[in-house]
Ligand binder design. Structure first.
Ligand SMILES: [Zn+2]
Length: 429
């Protein structure tokens, strides 16, 4: 598109308004950060949803608070409350939905600042959730607000949501909104999830996930005469050795043509999440051979692999170990399967962000896929909106780390990119 005089003036105004709102955006991000919305268990969700909702209301959004009634994780002590604000332009469509999850992962060790202090230092906002992804919520809200402050009449409409539980699967959050039809291909034209994507990168999907549990069953006996029993932990050891020696090298040799970042995640991977067997090691000990051992695995698969062959590969590995070790008794149980997601080529949301990134940052955007999943899967599979990506402030590598921070300059730039993209996606320019 050739820039018209009016468009140049609109863009200039937007950039000026966002620069002028920098302190306000930093303050608001700090306010959200001070609410410790740690998940699990899902603390302080109501307080955080209401803080976001109040700001949206102040900015002229019609706000409501969808609660995930009936979901097992929605309890009296930890209610699953989301927040959605709608600002209608001249017409309802096109409707662009900006989403951010406001739950954060537990703090962990190694912090040198108060993770919930909302501390600003050296041009950075520190705190658990600063980059993943409370700064992203601020960027979404202020991108929309900048359009209003610039006096630009919107053609279509903007929706901004803050949702819960993304870190634990998003079932009471974005999946819930999608199931309720709040985000749906019947009404929603584009979705941008403002996860941290390094300012110039657009995430167009993610690898697949297969979480599974393997249980080995042994036979209990007196620990002084272990030869009368079968040790389930030793049996699990055989499986782990086979994974280490035979499976992992194969996975490492497989790579995808999808631009997953970081590049190490272009290979198939497997992580051992946890293992438990026999007696609790910090409890009082009795002389017993362990009769049960369980381990949970996290297999991330490539679009090219396909889930059936991924599961089949685990089944045949277990059969192979059992064949060589006839005492091995095991059960394989699927815990979670997420198919890979990929934004279709030629999606308008990608084009709008690419153009805005070039305009704001003066360099081309890059497209990437995520090593882990995020709420795009629910937007794609349940809501049926494939015109969806992740783009937002913060460095992905800092997510879930101690001393997590978001650079203020990145927050401002991403807000500008989002504001320009909203203009074009709502047909307002
Ligand atoms: Zn996140």
């Amino acid at each position: 598109m050739l820039p018209t005089g009016q468009r140049v003036r609109d863009v200039d105004k937007l950039m000026t308004v966002i620069d002028a709102a920098t302190d306000e955006m930093v303050d608001f991000t700090c306010d959200i950060l001070r609410i410790p919305t740690v998940n699990p268990p899902g603390d302080a969700y109501v307080e955080c949803a209401e803080l976001i909702g109040r700001r949206l209301k102040t900015f002229g959004f019609a706000v409501d608070y969808p609660i995930a009634e009936g979901r097992p994780e929605h309890t009296a002590s930890h209610p699953r409350m989301n927040v959605v604000g709608l600002k209608q332009g001249r017409s309802m469509r096109p409707l662009v939905h900006l989403n951010g999850h406001f739950d954060v992962v537990p703090v962990g060790d190694g912090w040198t600042v108060d993770p919930f202090g909302g501390i600003v230092r050296d041009g950075r906002i520190y705190g658990r959730g600063s980059c993943d992804m409370k700064a992203g919520i601020t960027a979404a809200i202020y991108a929309a607000e900048a359009i209003r402050r610039s006096g630009i009449a919107m053609n279509g409409s903007i929706e901004v949501s803050g949702t819960v539980d993304e870190e634990s699967g998003g079932f009471a959050g974005m999946a819930w909104l999608a199931e309720q039809g709040r985000v749906s291909s019947d009404r929603t034209d584009a979705v941008i999830i403002t996860e941290p994507t390094d300012t110039d990168r657009i995430y167009i999907g993610h690898r697949g996930v297969y979480w599974f549990e393997v249980m080995t069953r042994g036979r209990i006996a007196h620990g002084s005469m272990p030869f009368f029993g079968v040790n389930a932990i030793s049996q699990m050891g055989l499986i782990l050795a086979e994974i280490q020696q035979r499976l992992l090298p194969v996975l490492k040799s497989r790579s995808t043509s999808v631009p997953v970042m970081p590049p190490g995640a272009r290979n198939a991977t497997l992580n051992i999440n946890g293992i438990a067997g026999g007696q609790p090691v910090d409890g009082m000990q009795t002389p017993c051979v362990a009769d049960v051992c369980r381990a949970v695995f996290d297999r991330r698969f490539l679009a090219e692999e396909g889930f059936d062959s991924v599961r089949g590969e685990i089944e045949s590995l277990l059969e192979r170990v059992a064949h060589d070790s006839p005492e091995l008794k095991y059960e394989l149980r699927d815990l979670m399967v997420v198919q890979p997601v990929h934004t279709p080529d030629g999606s308008s949301v990608v084009a709008a962000l690419e153009q805005s990134i070039q305009e704001v940052l003066g360099r081309p955007a890059s497209l990437a896929a995520s090593p882990g999943t995020y709420d795009q899967k629910h937007v794609d599979r349940i809501a049926g909106v494939r015109n969806c990506v992740a783009y937002g402030p913060g460095m992905l590598d800092l997510a879930h780390q101690p001393d997590e921070y978001c650079v203020i300059d990145d927050l401002v730039k991403c807000t500008k990119v989002l504001a320009l993209s909203l203009l074009s996606l709502t047909g307002s320019q």
